[in-house]
Design a binder for this molecule. Structure first.
Ligand SMILES: CC(C)[C@H](C(=O)O)[C@@H](O)C(=O)O
Ligand code: SF4
Length: 481
């Protein structure tokens, strides 16, 4: 095995990367071994390539299929849905069956969004390389894995060889120090970071999140934080594994067991970056200064504290930024300088690989308990297991009594590929990660926020500071365990 950086202090990223280099080229391109390859319905291009070449999958044991992007959330009967959507799901079934892959299909008790299922099943572990033909694969970096999204031809390459050519990105550390205030969540931390550094602020870099506020996050919170790495332009985002990580992994279906678990923990602890390791860039944020955040525009960087007003492009010195803001406000139907809390919403969506884990649902339920939603909304748990747990805790009753729809697991209204769409010109308070034009449906308008903030928007019918609504209520963070 060739080591690209065999000596000197190394970061977490360096250590995991170096362990996976099969061979390195003069130009810096390294052939990496891939430990986990996750596939969703979008993988059909790659399977077509395989078929055209008559190739086989190199490591079917490391390759997993998951039905999520196109799955219906109000029925599990493929005969009852749009045949074109059902075809996408059947294609993945046929392709995974033809190659003998483990598939988490619609009816699997562990089905869900790929980035929720991986961690939940113990497929996602510290020190691994994890790829998926999906830009939010960085989510898995919460465990100290190098995880990133790849394109269709790379998916085919990994299927055929279980390796991938990669150039080592630059390293960037984002430290968040101190304590988050009550009612401020990992989502607010992530959106604050993106607002601070910009949607391309981490371009060309592998991010490592560190600092006491990051350490204090539960695994659910860490997954939310790493999920948004790509929205800051990062190649991937990682957090060094610690006791929180190991406690989450223990007893998961695919996790190592017994002595093997203990041996793994010893190895995982050694992955932490050396104290004197050097980063190409470092950004430091004060956790105490982070407020509940909402987006007002058409990029995740168009984010501001809920207590703020929409920006005024006429007061901006940078003409490019002013032009973007003008365009964003126009698309979103918001006045320059309008207080964000005045913005009325038409519906809410609580779900997606960003914010659909049990802790997210608990936070939303804490705000909604005993209250009615003024607007319609959809709550889609991240997996069938999250759904079951939420029902055991009675959270589904809180959502339904508030007047929201409680549906099955999938990407759902995050991207609308399954038909769960926000109608044109409607405004949605959404716990997702992308607010691009038309993201939730043609002409739809998306405001990104935390689950508690989306719940508060449902209760009041407009963007709302949820803190007074949360006062005195138990949030039930698993991080408190
Ligand atoms: C459809 C899929 C490939 C896409 C992605 O790459 O991320 C989707 O998951 C998204 O969030 O936009
Ligand atoms: S939930 Fe949304 S962001 Fe996540 S993988 Fe699905 S479509 Fe992409």
């Amino acid at each position: 095995m060739v080591h690209s950086a065999a000596s000197g202090p190394r970061t977490l990223f360096d250590k995991v990367f170096d362990q996976h280099v099969v061979t390195a080229r003069e130009d810096g391109q390294c052939l990496l071994f891939i430990d986990r390859h996750l596939l969703h319905e979008g993988s059909f291009h790659a399977f077509d390539k395989l078929k055209a070449r008559g190739a086989r999958i190199a490591r079917p044991d490391l390759t997993f299929g998951i039905e999520d992007h196109y799955v219906p959330t109000r029925t599990r009967d493929l005969g009852a849905i749009d045949p074109a959507i059902a075809k996408m799901i059947r294609q993945l079934r046929d392709n995974t069956a033809a190659h003998g892959l483990r598939l988490f299909d619609l009816n699997d008790p562990a089905q869900g969004i790929v980035h929720v299922v991986g961690p939940e099943q113990g497929l996602t572990l510290p020190g691994l390389t994890i790829v998926c033909g999906d830009s939010h694969t960085a989510t898995h970096g919460a465990f100290g894995a190098i995880a990133f999204g790849i394109g269709a031809s790379e998916v085919a390459h990994v299927l055929m060889t279980q390796t991938l050519w990669q150039k080592k990105p630059k390293r960037m550390r984002i430290r968040v120090e101190g304590q988050l205030a009550l009612g401020v969540f990992a989502k607010d931390m992530a959106l604050s970071i993106i607002a601070a550094i910009g949607a391309d602020g981490a371009a060309g870099h592998a991010i490592e999140y560190a600092g006491s506020a990051v350490r204090a996050l539960s695994m659910e919170g860490r997954l939310t934080l790493c999920n948004l790495s790509i929205e800051a332009g990062g190649r991937c985002g990682m957090i060094a594994p610690d006791e929180t990580t190991f406690a989450y992994i223990k007893d998961r279906p695919y996790a190592p067991v017994g002595d093997e678990f203990q041996r793994s923990v010893d190895n995982w602890m050694a992955l932490a970056g050396d104290p004197d390791a050097v980063f190409d860039r470092e950004v430091v944020l004060d956790a105490a200064e982070i407020a509940p955040i909402v987006t007002w525009g058409i990029s995740p960087e168009d984010a501001a504290p809920i207590t703020a007003n929409a920006p005024d492009p006429d007061r901006m010195s940078d003409p490019a930024r002013a032009a973007h803001v003008r365009e964003a406000l126009d698309y979103m139907g918001i006045r320059a300088g309008q207080p964000l809390t005045e913005i009325a919403v038409d519906r809410v969506f609580i779900g997606s690989c960003t914010n659909s884990r049990i802790e997210d649902l608990r936070a939303a339920a804490a705000v909604l308990a005993g209250r009615k939603a003024r607007v319609p909304g959809l709550v889609s748990p991240g997996s069938a297991l999250v759904k079951r747990q939420a029902e055991e805790e009675g959270l589904h009753r809180i959502f339904m009594e508030a007047g929201l729809e409680w549906v099955d697991a999938g990407c759902s209204m995050c991207v609308g590929m399954n038909g769960d769409l926000v109608p044109p010109a409607e405004r949605c308070a959404s716990t997702t990660n992308r607010n691009f034009r038309g993201r939730q449906g043609p002409g739809s308008r998306t405001h990104l926020m935390s689950p508690a903030m989306a719940a508060a928007a449902a209760v009041t019918g407009h963007l709302t500071d949820m803190r007074p609504l949360l006062a005195g209520r138990e949030i039930g963070l698993t991080g408190d365990r």
